[in-house]
Design a protein around this ligand. Structure first.
Ligand SMILES: [Cu+2]
Length: 447
């Protein structure tokens, strides 16, 4: 319910929209009282078991979304206002504002992926991760990974992604994108996907983004339910040029720098994460709703302990540091470390998927920050507020959860050798370092 503040008083009346201006409405199914509390917000009953609560609230039923808007005007603001004030309890089918898409993806929820974490003596400790499986990847080993497989699209195009939930409700939130309200994937603000929903987005701005589950977010994100979302600009030489977006993973490609679109030869995508194995164990035992709710009456598992985060493992792009496989203690693990030749351009995309404060340094080579959080620096009309900025060797820079930086590195003959990129994972309250991860940029001679 929305309340309006009028003349210094809070009106108890819900905000109602003029019927003449609203062309979308929700129609309750027969037998459902539309004024009853949402089925996802059971009445406060102290001491009720989850089974009792489920019985009391009955099966989840979604109100039916009735569309009567002008099909010629997909930007009809009254349609979106109506939606934002009448969010459905479950995913509408089909997608309410569906348009032809240039690219389609499928992501199926999976659990039970075991990733070995270092125990210090070479016996990896299995920790369970969850994520989004790509059933269309021809290589079965690349379907279900941690982090989840990247989605790569082209600036300006509309894309669809169908989420198939299982075991629980989940969502996909498109972090940094600007979708319509029903495609934003924030469970508490729109709907959680119980079975299947096709998200629709327009990739308006080239840059580095990520997608993640936004149901019981603090736990599901920690469990690994995220992947990169990369939006590529066009090849500035036009459609006839040999290299067209989406560009291949690892390079070469093109990226926005200020008002230009510039080439790069090699691409490194580094995602930092910190893992508290106690959270993963509790999620395994208590299930996806562990810690969900706002107090003992709503939370069937108030002992989930999500108020205490004590990470023990520190990863770059899903590879624990130190790497615990074969060879052990090798930060040059090929899944992470990158090699670039003198004269080439390296694009590094950084995503902080850790909950701790990440303090980065790159030793022995300079890097230029060209974009932050999916927006190129120095791009008109915002060039008066920001410009690309050089980070000199050894200078620290920080990232917090969800932030992204794009860096360009152009090694010269003086840079031949191995340069360490180190990350300190710092407690966000007392700033003490809890762990480190590191990898390398290796610069070799021109061919
Ligand atoms: Cu989830």
């Amino acid at each position: 319910m929305y309340t309006l503040r009028r003349k210094g008083r809070t009106s108890p009346e819900p905000l109602t929209l003029s019927r003449g201006s609203v062309r979308a409405k929700f129609q309750a199914e027969p037998g459902i009282d539309p004024t009853a509390p949402s089925p996802q917000a059971p009445a406060l009953v102290s001491g009720s078991s989850p089974a009792t609560l489920a019985k009391r609230r009955g099966p989840l039923k979604a109100p039916t979304l009735v569309l009567s808007r002008d099909p010629q005007n997909i930007y009809d603001p009254t349609f979106f206002t109506a939606f934002a004030n009448n969010v459905p309890a479950a995913s509408p089918t089909p997608t309410p504002d569906v348009l032809p898409s240039a690219r389609t993806f499928v992501r199926n929820v999976f659990t039970g992926l075991l990733v070995g974490m270092p125990d210090g003596v070479g016996n990896p400790i299995p920790v369970e991760f969850w994520g989004f499986r790509d059933p269309n990847d021809p290589d079965p080993l690349k379907q279900a990974t941690f982090p989840s497989k990247a989605i790569r699209v082209v600036e300006g195009e509309i894309f669809h992604c169908t989420l198939n939930s299982s075991g629980n409700t989940h969502t996909i939130h498109w972090h940094g994108m600007e979708p319509t309200p029903m495609n934003d994937g924030v469970g508490n603000l729109t709907f959680e996907v119980a079975t299947s929903y096709t998200y629709q987005l327009r990739a308006s701005t080239a840059g580095t983004y990520f997608y993640h589950c936004h149901k019981n977010t603090v736990l599901h994100f920690e469990m690994g339910m995220y992947g990169l979302l990369l939006v590529d600009p066009p090849n500035p030489s036009g459609l006839g040029a040999p290299l067209q977006p989406p560009y291949p993973s690892g390079g070469p490609g093109f990226v926005r720098r200020g008002n230009e679109i510039v080439p790069y030869d090699v691409e490194a995508v580094w995602v930092t994460d910190d893992v508290d194995p106690a959270w993963h164990t509790r999620a395994q035992i208590l299930g996806p709703n562990a810690g969900f709710g706002s107090g003992p009456a709503l939370d069937p598992y108030p002992s989930a302990g999500l108020n205490v985060f004590t990470p023990k493992y520190f990863l770059i792009s899903g590879v624990p540091q130190p790497w615990c496989g074969n060879p052990p203690n090798d930060p040059s693990h090929p899944g992470v470390a990158v090699t670039v030749r003198v004269g080439q351009t390296l694009l590094v995309r950084l995503l902080c998927a850790a909950y701790s404060l990440n303090r980065f340094t790159i030793q022995g080579i300079d890097a230029e920050i060209i974009a932050m959080d999916g927006r190129a620096l120095g791009q008109a009309p915002y060039a008066q507020y920001s410009q690309p900025e050089v980070i000199f060797s050894g200078v620290i820079f920080d990232l917090t959860a969800g932030r992204r930086l794009d860096l360009l590195i152009k090694p010269t003959a003086n840079d031949i050798g191995t340069h360490k990129m180190g990350v300190e994972f710092r407690n966000y309250i007392n700033l003490q370092t809890m762990g480190i991860a590191e990898t390398f940029i290796q610069v070799i001679q021109e061919e």
